[in-house]
Design a protein around this ligand. Sequence first.
Ligand code: CMC
Length: 431
Amino acid sequence: MSNQAKLELDGKTYTLPTLTGSENEKAVDVSALRASTGYITIDDGYGNTGSCVSNVTFIDGDQGILRYRGIPIEELAEKSNFVETAHLIIYGELPNRAQLKKFSDLLTDNQYLHEDMKFHFEGFPTGAHPMAILSAMINASSCFDEDLMRWQWGKNKQFDVYVARLISQVRTIAAYSYRKSKGLPLIYPKQSYKYTENFLHMLFSMPYEDFVLKPEVVKALDLIFLLHADHEQNCSTSTVRMVASSQANLFASCAAGVCALWGPLHGGANQAVIEMLQQIHREGDDGSKFITAAKDKNSGKKLMGFGHRVYKNYDPRAKIIKKACDEVLSKLHIDDPLLDIAKKLEEAALKDSYFVERKLYPNVDFYSGIIMRAIGIPVEMFTVIFAIGRMPGWIANYKEIMEEPKSRIYRPRQIYTGRTLNHYVPVAERK
Ligand code: CMC
């Protein structure tokens, strides 16, 4: 069987190379198409465009499969934790004992922000959205390291130190963003706490009064971080790669990822889901009115937490999170009416021909907000939690760009549909 594609254009036949991934995914390589034919390919929203080859994460959207470095998400969710999984994603291997200790120690050593950063937090108004503070402060923190300001891959400090600093400090910045947005005093990280414990401590402790850490709460939040740790070429990761391709530094590239994540169609969906469920609850709807509106393209409504560009089957993360949601709520003895509404909505949507025909299933955000609500995370922090979780994936993709010797700046083309040649008219002569 030929592994080349044939294309007929303007009466001529062109041969295009193809490539096959390790999971048998197939692609036609069109990178030289314009040079040989004068044509580009167009693919609005990149739904059919492979922007890179990558070794990090595999998704089979039809089968509902997600694997980090080959390991199924179900296994990691059951047996691993966020820090270990972050190592796997960034460095390609589960760490042995010594590697894990080194990585954990580096995270602890790099958890403090430069003291002068506190003045930057003071500049934000109370009530500022923590996502705005998060992206601004990740970028600002790079100004406190001269080496980062003169970033050149391979010539700076050890990359491992920057990795640890970013993963560790994003959590400190995230907690400070929340404290600032509420006008609360900032709480420093503690050396003795592990990653997720420390985040909850910085978020909820008060001076001289430590937050009581419940193991089920720590476990649930750690699971949420792990389930969000990477998801191949989604909007924010592609943004990180785009910025990285210009050889921008790691912090600048990941700050851009935070901005891309913020929107309600991407990471902002977890906040939007809770707001939708609250609206349904307030209006005394059993969900059926909302489903009718979500099917009407003129209503401006969508069933948030449903649908995915890649998954045309149940999102495997949603399955894990739904189960964890039931467990956490029962352990904490919480009876949340929003969970009942969510379950009814899911049941109704999965029977409704509109959602069935379009293969719209619950995604990771459908139940994650209910867990976060149950463990006391404020709704405006939901997308920030997603950003903390996604950091290993952004870093791994950044690293791939930097390690690729033939890496080029990302620079798509377009088909121009504006006016043809037009001339300047002085203001006095304009109609
Ligand atoms: N509610 C109602 N209709 C929907 C929904 C939804 N949630 N999602 C898709 N559709 C419809 C869409 O209008 C279209 O209908 P038609 O064929 O009649 O024009 C059809 O389903 C196909 O959808 P699409 O627009 O091609 O889907 P997309 O791949 O462009 O968008 C999506 C994917 C996730 C942005 C979209 O499903 C959506 O907006 N979902 C709600 C927001 C959400 O939950 N986002 C979180 C995604 S998972 C976390 C992450 O990785 O970011």
